[in-house]
Design a protein around this ligand. Structure first.
Ligand code: GAF
Length: 395
């Protein structure tokens, strides 16, 4: 049992004076390539990582929901089930309330719960701590009340909560990878059909995540603005989504767009093509092409989508200048701060870690946090009353 799970369980037992009937574990994610393509109906290539949100829960016979967050000084949020739950003044609680409201709105028959949540997914780092929280809660209700939700159902309810209750117009990538990830694999997701193909990561390579620790500001409003700009581009080009045009066709038509809108669209359309090329390169362990595509992806986010910040660009430059063409590096996630992902030979990890530690601090005054991560399975639950381990989505 991980220390996150042990802590959540111990807290539940202490507060509710009984063991939880169910423990649900949902992972965060890192995206290898395919940024801001999901809400444009495009392709993404994330994998779930070994950082989780754990929800310990027991059902109630009434309609009260009581949730305690061990990440927020054991604050409690308490409300009644309904199709119209009021917003809380606590941000973390709104993820819970939104999810519960959307389970109700989907017409499922549920009662209340007692729940403790605790996670170690770094918050505000672009590693999907919010999606892991949402998925852990939807999945807990699914298991406790036998709702028989598919992984896509769970992801969609979680996304609706974030879009409509919290107010971030995110796509489906984070919620879907948190439900359907496979051990040791990245997932090529077609965000229009939601079809997922699990692909192996290259042998003898490691995924190094470096958190810039640059505090992100106004992320939701900038994110929503980018999404609106993409929709504006698609409308003007007469498309239902930007995934429906090739880069070659776009280049012929882009003159009809406002220059800023054209830059935003170019990022999305070129990024979609990079994802497909990257997966092809990965299947041949063609590291040279993979590092080129990660470099182009970063430059496109920096110059066309304008979602990087100087600290992130500096991290990418430091790593790039050290590893050359031996591995790839790019910003990962929604942007405006957060993390970079480096795919590099495992032999280089210790050396690059010490280089980053010394150079990043000198350049930016910030201390980075560095983790080597592994690709883990999606959400899964343990039922204490039947003493069995029910693992969703493991073939
Ligand atoms: C955030 C969003 F939640 C995702 O849907 C995705 O758009 C990502 O930013 C950017 O690729 O994580």
């Amino acid at each position: 049992m991980s220390h996150v799970e042990a802590k959540a369980k111990a807290l539940f037992t202490e507060i509710f004076e009984n063991e939880p009937q169910l423990t649900t574990i949902a992972p965060g994610r890192v995206n290898l390539i395919g940024e801001h393509t999901d809400y444009n109906g495009g392709y993404v290539l994330p994998c779930a990582i070994n950082f989780h949100v754990v929800a310990c829960a027991s059902p109630r016979h009434d309609s009260k929901v009581r949730v305690i967050s061990a990440n927020h000084h054991n604050e409690i949020d308490e409300f009644q089930l309904s199709n119209n739950i009021a917003a809380s003044n606590k941000l973390w609680a709104n993820y819970v309330r939104g999810v519960v409201q959307h389970i109700s709105l989907s017409g499922h028959n549920i009662s209340g719960v007692d729940m403790v949540i605790y996670g170690n997914v770094p918050q505000g780092a672009g590693l999907s701590s919010s999606a892991a929280l949402e998925v852990s809660i939807v999945s807990s209700f699914d298991q406790l009340y036998s709702l028989h939700l598919s992984d896509t159902d769970i992801a969609l309810i979680a996304q609706q909560a974030e879009n409509q209750f919290v107010g971030c117009q995110c796509g489906i990538m984070d919620q879907l990878i948190s439900t359907n990830a496979k051990v040791g694999k990245a997932s090529l997701i077609d965000c229009q059909s939601m079809q997922t193909k699990h692909v192996s990561l290259p042998d003898n390579f490691s995924l190094l995540i470096v958190n810039s620790n640059k505090k992100r500001g106004l992320v939701e409003s900038k994110y929503n603005e980018r999404r609106a700009q993409c929709e504006q581009a698609a409308n003007k080009l007469g498309l239902s989504a930007l995934r429906d045009i090739s880069l070659a066709d776009f280049n012929r038509q882009q003159h009809i767009l406002d220059p800023i809108i054209a830059k935003r669209a170019r990022h999305v359309i070129s990024e979609n093509e990079r994802v497909i090329e990257f997966v092809e390169a990965m299947s041949h362990q063609d590291i040279h092409s993979m590092q080129r595509l990660m470099k182009q992806s970063h430059e496109s986010m920096r110059d066309d989508f304008e979602i990087t910040v100087p600290e992130i660009d500096s991290l990418v430059n430091i790593i790039k200048s050290e590893i050359g063409d031996k591995g790839g590096v790019r910003m990962t996630g929604g942007g405006f701060g957060g993390c970079v992902i480096t795919l590099l030979p495992t032999d280089y990890v210790d050396w690059i870690t010490s280089v980053i530690n010394s150079k990043y601090m000198t350049t930016t005054g910030l201390i980075p946090t560095i983790f080597v991560c592994s690709a883990v399975q999606g959400v899964h639950s343990k039922h204490s009353n039947i003493a069995s381990y029910t693992s969703r989505f493991v073939s």
